[in-house]
Design a protein around this ligand. Structure first.
Ligand code: AMP
Ligand code: MG
Length: 449
């Protein structure tokens, strides 16, 4: 049976149709989150270069000098005068070697006469008198001091010119840029030892549930292991929320746990509010008798922005703002729901909170490889494998084709992590649709943990 058919007739139609009119859509919910999180400009801090990987720049970085700073050689070779080599692809030319310059050498050569050359290494200063550098592969040092060249050269060939990449005072990196390896390399290239970055929020992960034990502990018949705290912590690790910068280097992420009794929920959430800027609760936010997360937070003066969104998995997702600009994400307890709602809502929020300019997910077009069915009313995020759609278009049909093929993975229920493990994208199975045929073009959100 089709994975979605199984579920089709389970809910009362009246409740469903009511839900359709009252629940926020995914887009509406995400917009509210981004609005709230965008209200506060993150604070900034100076971060030593060696701790700044994947942090977000808080101010533009200017070039303090031209890039490159001086004319330098792009190859290991010989510095020449171009006219000397006019016919030398037919008749090799012999030049007199008068000097050698290596990377880091200060070179004082003031003149290169016709018939002379210098040996020069990659990255070494090219003296003004040199018009081009011929690659070593095209030259031969026959005897000491004599070089035979057997190719021509153009003026400027193999010379990296001063300022050709950037001129002094130009912006090399904009504020809001994440310091990826090349960006960090560029910051180092312009000599920055300390970088003004946006501060990252401190995050508390709060698991809830009497049934939970930590991996490694003994389980009774009715207990399960806490997997969500580890999975969500791994999401944060993937987003480079590790340690506070500076000498203390405390972890930005803490994990707390509460049982499903009111006192424990109250006390744990209080502690999380006092010690963190962002709180991610796991479970305890649905319709159960002992789902106290929302009511406990509201009694502490937290403002609920929304509870429940027309999505699957993850309908009971909750978002609230606490005084002082703290943000609370209540993720449903089912392991797939927790991870999917993290990806849909928490990840974009954290990007904004740490100063990134864009929080947009990476969405591609894909051709569906199996029909999908569901009830209308919720946007279904179907876990899927993506493969390159490299079927070559036929001669008659030269039309555009989606770049990927999307195959739903086995194990689509919200407690089945196996289906998510195998997935590298979430197909957006539109809220209003009940059926999507095999071959339909769909949007697929790349999972980039
Ligand atoms: P809840 O949202 O608290 O009603 O939980 C929904 C389902 O997710 C239940 O089957 C819980 O046992 C399970 N669950 C809740 N929290 C966790 C967790 N941290 N790790 C694994 N499963 C969980
Ligand atoms: Mg629970």
């Amino acid at each position: 049976m089709d994975i979605n058919t199984k579920r089709m007739n389970t809910a009362a139609p009246t409740a469903k149709s009511k839900e359709r009119t009252t629940l926020l859509t995914y887009d509406e919910a995400l917009k509210l989150i981004l609005q709230e999180c965008g209200k506060e400009k993150p604070k900034t801090e100076l971060v030593p270069l060696d701790q700044a990987a994947f942090r977000v720049l808080a101010e533009p970085l200017k070039a303090p000098f031209d890039l490159p700073r001086f004319n330098n050689s792009a190859v290991d070779g010989y510095g020449v005068i171009v006219d000397d080599l006019q016919d030398c692809d037919k008749t090799p030319r012999t030049l007199k070697l008068i000097d050698t310059v290596s990377a880091g050498d200060t070179n004082c050569l003031s003149e290169l006469k016709s018939g002379q050359c210098i040996k020069i290494m990659t990255g070494a200063v090219v003296p003004d008198a040199v018009e081009a550098v011929v690659m070593r592969e095209f030259c031969q040092e026959e005897e000491a001091g004599v070089v035979t060249v057997n190719c021509r050269a153009r003026i400027g060939e193999n010379i990296r010119m001063t300022g050709e990449e950037m001129e002094k005072d130009q912006t090399v990196l904009d504020a809001g840029v994440k310091l990826t390896p090349p960006a960090l390399g560029l910051a180092a290239t312009v000599g920055k030892a300390q970088i003004n970055c946006y501060k990252q929020p401190r995050i508390a992960i709060v698991s809830t549930g009497d049934e939970l034990k930590e991996p490694g502990q003994e389980l009774s018949d009715s207990q399960i292991y806490n997997s969500n705290s580890y999975a969500i912590r791994a999401c944060l690790t993937g987003m480079h929320f590790h340690k506070q910068s500076g000498a203390t280097g405390n972890s930005l992420v803490s994990c707390l746990h509460t049982n499903d009794d009111r006192e424990s929920v109250d006390a744990t959430l209080q502690k999380a509010l006092e010690t963190s800027d962002v709180i991610i609760t796991l479970g305890g936010v649905s319709m159960g008798d002992r789902d106290y997360v929302k009511v406990s937070l509201e009694e502490k003066g937290v403002r609920t922005v929304f509870w429940k969104v027309a999505i699957k998995p993850g309908k009971p997702v909750y978002f609230a703002v606490a005084p002082g600009g703290k943000f609370i994400f209540g993720l449903p307890g089912n392991p797939v729901s927790a991870l999917v709602t993290f990806e849909l809502f928490v990840k974009p929020a954290l990007k904004i909170l740490q100063g990134e300019k864009s929080a947009a997910p990476h969405v591609v077009s894909a051709r569906l490889q199996a029909a999908l069915k569901k009830k209308a009313g919720r946007l279904d995020f179907v876990r899927a494998n993506l493969a390159a759609n490299d079927s070559s278009p036929s001669e008659q049909d030269q039309t555009w084709k989606p770049p990927y093929l999307a195959t739903p993975t086995r194990g689509q229920d919200s407690h089945m992590l196996t289906g998510l493990v195998k997935a590298d994208a979430l197909i957006h199975f539109a809220q209003e649709l009940e059926y999507a045929p095999e071959g339909a073009e769909v949007k697929a959100q790349i999972l980039n943990w």
